[in-house]
Every structure is written in structure tokens, then in C-alpha cells.
Design a protein around this ligand. Structure first.
Ligand SMILES: Cc1cc2nc3c(=O)[nH]c(=O)nc-3n(C[C@H](O)[C@H](O)[C@H](O)COP(=O)(O)OP(=O)(O)OC[C@H]3O[C@@H](n4cnc5c(N)ncnc54)[C@H](O)[C@@H]3O)c2cc1C
Ligand SMILES: NC(=O)c1ccc[n+]([C@@H]2O[C@H](COP(=O)([O-])OP(=O)(O)OC[C@H]3O[C@@H](n4cnc5c(N)ncnc54)[C@H](O)[C@@H]3O)[C@@H](O)[C@H]2O)c1
Length: 470
């Protein structure tokens, strides 16, 4: 029998975005119903960030054993137990899972319903035996791996990020279709765990990133033995003795195939049309994250913008402000970071150099700092990489960082851009010596050095002051 529940807010999807909305809104005093048809924690915890970073950690451990010669530590062939590495992945998920669990959210006062939801009117969602009538809805249904209609793909046992981490036996030769963040992170991890790896990329690998930074990452992968074939659109897949992917650049055969060609927003089955919600790549929303039905918001991957856990969390903050307090709130993009956790890491905040040049033309100034000149990088043998900052009128509009801990270094530039601070704020900071964080200060210094040291006026003033000083 159908049971009707009336509530202030109904959140559909308990991934990074939905959980943050539910936790924020309930703790501010709203009544919240949270629907989850699959696993609590969504993609990031179960099939995305957490398992991938855990596997990358196992892979770096293996790599460290082979790469210490320059530091005086003789290389030793790692004895990789792939199943044990996957056990580590599983434990990482299990350790974090209680934070995202039904019990924790019920403890906060959220009514959690483990059913798939779908709209039945502009104010009602059906979830199993329940009809939820809410004053506001938040679509936080995330995304799923896009499986392209490549002829023959459905005839072979291909993997996606939803099944890769269930493997127990190490693939002999992992073919990966797609050279985006998923493909490239998993390519390096699997190579380091002892697999042969071929990446088949239809266009340019890491094609959204700064080309100079991407080239450093791809060069390192190639040096480690990953085969990366660019301009090779997968056209046909055949099974038999292994799996073969045919492309315009030739055919590639491996033992396993990972499909990593992007994401498809989870809107099928939501019956959004019954609520008057428009969709394209995702739910169509404005900067206020409201859809064409003003009662319905979308956050995270479902909002069809950048697809990262921290973006989902950021969206949640914007929406909670609007839902709980009725205050106007807008999602901005300028300060959002992203990082790809390869070695070297590749991080971006705001605009790339090419994007900034298109937007600001001759007003753009680009400054850099090199890892090779940073004392901590030299001492630890991690000298590959650079920090590049795009500056307009004394304020950064973007930063590209490639090198060790690039993701962590990027956070400073997000802070600076979010608060519209000037380069002087970064040069005023004092980073502990010796840290990689000094690279950010060095880049800010590079902005001021020519203005200070190559400036005839400054030289004249200093000369005068020196004559006047007692
Ligand atoms: C391999 C991989 C690695 C990644 N690594 C990183 C990383 O290092 N850093 C980073 O920032 N991002 C990373 N991401 C991206 C990140 O996982 C996503 O951006 C993030 O999970 C999006 O959160 P979300 O809440 O929008 O959606 P999700 O986490 O996907 O959650 C959506 C939830 O909604 C549920 N749901 C869907 N439809 C319904 C329905 N009709 N009714 C009820 N429930 C429903 C789903 O079951 C799911 O649990 C990675 C992604 C992948 C695939
Ligand atoms: N570190 C992180 O934060 C992280 C890690 C992994 C994933 N993610 C998120 O997940 C999203 C999806 O990642 P992704 O790597 O699957 O997608 P992507 O869209 O970033 O990259 C997919 C790549 O596949 C290529 N491609 C598409 N069709 C092809 C074909 N038929 N043959 C050969 N190549 C083809 C595309 O040219 C593209 O380079 C990312 O954009 C990101 O938002 C984030």
C-alpha cells in the first residue's frame, strides 16, 4: 500500500552531493528525506575516488621499490599480490563507509529510504511504496560510465569503473579505451602493479589539460612502459584469443578491456519530464542550481557541470544556503580545482593558459616556478614539474601545477581566486622551509621580481634613499 510522506526537502541520491545536502539541511533544522537506490556513498566511495586512489597507493608502493637507485637504494623487483592490493582497496572503502552510512544519517535525523525515486508530478516522487511530497527536491543522482556503441563491445567481457575494482587476478595486458583522468590514472597504476597496459585514445590524452603539463605526465607513463596511442578512435571490438580493439591506427589485443570514455548523467528512470525539468547533458540548471521547475535543484554530476566530488560538495553548500535559509546563492566556477592523481600529479584551478589568453588576450601575464629549483623537490628527488600562474591586473585567474603533490599545492590558488586576492597575498605568505609549498610563493615572486628588480624608477628611488640614509 502506498504511504505518503510530507517533508521540507527530498534529496534523490546519497553520493557526495546528496549526502552533503542532507547533512547540512537537517542540521540546520529542516525535515529531510534521502532516497538511495544503490549503495550509500555513491560513486566516489564505492567505484570512483576512494578505490582508485587506494589502488594508486598500492601501485606507488610497488614503484618506489624499483625507483630508489638515485637515492642510493638498490632497486628490488616488487612481488605484487594483486588480490591483496584489491583487499587494501576494499578496506579503504569499508573504513570510510560508516561516515556515509544509513545509520549515521538516521542519527542526524534524516529519513533514509533505500529505494529508487522517480517523479510522478511536479511536487511528488515515488520511491518503492512511498510517495514523497516535498517543498523542495534536490536531484543528486550522479553519473554512470558511458558505454559507447562501438560494434562488438557487447560481445566481450569489458570492465568499467564499476567492475574494475572487483578483479582479483592481475590482468596480463589491460587495454583501456579513453585517455581521460580515469584511463590515465588506471593505466599508470596497473603498469606499476605489473600489467602490460595500452591506452587507446581517439583524440589527445588528457586533452582538457594544459598541453605542456599533460605532456610531462604522458611522458612519464610512456617511460614506465605504458603504451599510449593517440588519434586512435576505437571502431570495433572483437573477442576470441584475448580482446582486440580496432582503430584507424591499427588493432590492439589484450587480456582485459577497461572502457573509460566519459560519463552519462543518471537521469533515465527519474521521469523528470513529469516534473517539468529540462535536461541536456544533465539537469539544466542556472548558477543558482535550480532547474526549469523552481522547486527542483540539481547538484554534483547530475548538474552537468564539472564532475568532481569537491564540486558536488560545493554545490551542496550553495543549495543548502538557498533551501534552509531562503538566501540567494550562486555556484561559481572560477576557483574550482581539479587534480589527476598520476605521478607526477596534474592540477588545475580556474583557467588554463590557453583559456586565459582567449579571455584576456594581451592583458594576460604568465609566471612560473620550476620544481627543479625548489630545495625540497631536489632533496627528495622529485624535480619534474612546474607551477604556472595566469595573472590579470595583479590577480590570478588560473593556475596549472604538474609535479609532486600538485593537488595539495593547487588549494592555495583556489583560496586566492575564491577570495579575489592579489598575487601580493601569496607573496606575503611565508611557507615553511623546505616545502613544495614554497613553489607557490616563488611563482608569486616571479610576478613581482621584474617589477622590482628590472625597474629603473625603483633603482633611482633606492639610490636616492641610500644617499639620504644616515
Ligand atoms: C574512477 C573514478 C575516479 C574518480 N576520482 C575522483 C577524484 O579523485 N576526485 C574527485 O573529486 N572526483 C573523482 N571522481 C568523480 C566523483 O566520483 C564524482 O564527481 C562524484 O561521485 C559525484 O558525486 P554525486 O553526488 O554527484 O554523484 P554520485 O556519487 O554518483 O552519487 C549519486 C547517487 O545517486 C544514486 N541514485 C541515482 N539515481 C537514483 C534514483 N533515481 N533514486 C535514488 N538514488 C539514485 C546512485 O545510486 C548514487 O549512489 C572519480 C570518478 C570515477 C568514476
Ligand atoms: N582525479 C580525478 O578527480 C578524477 C579521476 C577520474 C575521473 N574523474 C571524473 O570522471 C570524469 C570522467 O572521466 P573519463 O576519463 O571517463 O572521461 P573523459 O571524458 O575525461 O575522457 C574520456 C576520453 O575518452 C576518449 N574517447 C571517447 N570515445 C572514444 C573512443 N571510441 N575511442 C577512443 N577514445 C575515446 C575521449 O577523447 C576522452 O579523451 C572526469 O571528467 C572527471 O570529472 C575525476
Amino acid at each position: 500500500m502506498t504511504q505518503t510522506i510530507k517533508t521540507d526537502i527530498c534529496v534523490i541520491g546519497a553520493g557526495s552531493g546528496g549526502l552533503s545536502v542532507a547533512a547540512g539541511a537537517v542540521q540546520m533544522g529542516a525535515q529531510v528525506v534521502l532516497l538511495e537506490g544503490g549503495k550509500m556513498g555513491g560513486d566516489c566511495l564505492n567505484y570512483g575516488c576512494v578505490p582508485s586512489k587506494a589502488l594508486i597507493a598500492a601501485a606507488s608502493q610497488a614503484h618506489a621499490m624499483t625507483s630508489g637507485a638515485a637515492l642510493g637504494v638498490a632497486p628490488a623487483a616488487p612481488d605484487v599480490d594483486y588480490a591483496a592490493a584489491m583487499d587494501h582497496v576494499r578496506r579503504a572503502i569499508e573504513t570510510i563507509a560508516p561516515v556515509d552510512s544509513q545509520e549515521r544519517f538516521e542519527g542526524l535525523g534524516v529519513r533514509v529510504i533505500r529505494e529508487w525515486g522517480r517523479f510522478i508530478s511536479d511536487r511528488e516522487v515515488q520511491a518503492g511504496p512511498y510517495v514523497i511530497r516535498a517543498r523542495r527536491f534536490v536531484v543528486a543522482t550522479g553519473s554512470a560510465p558511458l558505454v559507447p556503441p562501438i560494434p562488438g563491445l557487447d560481445t566481450v567481457p569489458y570492465l568499467t569503473n564499476e567492475t574494475l575494482f572487483d578483479l582479483r587476478e592481475r590482468p596480463d595486458h589491460l587495454l583501456i579505451i579513453g585517455g581521460g583522468p580515469i584511463g590515465i590514472e588506471m593505466a599508470q597504476a596497473h603498469r606499476r602493479l605489473g600489467c602490460a597496459v595500452t591506452v587507446i585514445e581517439g583524440d589527445k590524452a588528457l586533452g582538457r589539460d594544459d598541453p605542456e603539463a599533460a605532456a610531462l605526465v604522458l611522458g612519464k607513463l610512456r617511460d614506465e612502459g605504458v603504451r599510449i596511442v593517440e588519434g586512435a578512435q576505437a571502431e570495433k571490438v572483437t573477442g576470441g584469443d584475448g580482446i582486440t580493439v580496432e582503430t584507424g591506427q591499427g588493432a590492439f589485443t589484450g587480456s582485459h578491456l577497461l572502457v573509460a570514455v566519459g560519463r552519462k548523467v543518471n537521469t533515465d528512470g527519474l521521469d523528470l519530464h513529469k516534473a517539468g525539468v529540462k535536461t541536456d547533458r544533465g539537469v539544466v540548471v542556472g548558477d543558482d542550481l535550480r532547474s526549469s521547475n523552481r522547486r527542483i535543484y540539481a547538484v554534483g554530476d547530475a548538474a552537468g557541470r564539472q564532475q568532481f566530488t569537491h564540486v558536488a560538495g560545493y554545490h551542496a553548500g550553495v543549495v543548502v544556503r538557498a533551501l534552509a535559509l531562503g538566501l540567494p546563492a550562486r555556484a561559481k566556477d572560477a576557483h574550482l580545482p581539479r587534480a589527476t592523481y598520476t605521478d607526477p600529479e596534474l592540477a588545475q584551478v580556474g583557467l588554463t593558459e590557453a583559456e586565459a589568453r582567449t579571455e584576456y588576450g594581451g592583458r594576460l601575464e604568465v609566471v612560473r616556478a620550476e620544481y627543479a629549483e625548489n630545495d625540497r623537490a631536489i632533496a627528495t628527488g622529485r624535480t619534474t614539474g612546474f607551477v604556472k600562474v595566469m595573472v590579470v591586473g595583479g590577480r590570478p585567474v588560473g593556475a596549472t601545477i604538474v609535479g609532486a603533490e600538485a593537488g595539495d599545492l593547487a588549494a592555495t590558488w583556489s583560496l586566492v581566486i575564491a577570495n579575489k586576492l592579489k598575487m601580493s597575498a601569496v607573496s606575503a605568505m611565508v611557507a615553511p622551509y623546505p616545502t613544495l609549498a614554497e613553489l607557490n610563493k616563488r611563482a608569486a615572486g616571479a610576478y613581482f621580481s621584474p617589477k622590482l628588480f628590472d625597474n629603473p624608477t625603483v633603482k633611482r628611488v633606492v639610490g636616492l634613499v641610500q644617499r639620504l640614509l644616515p
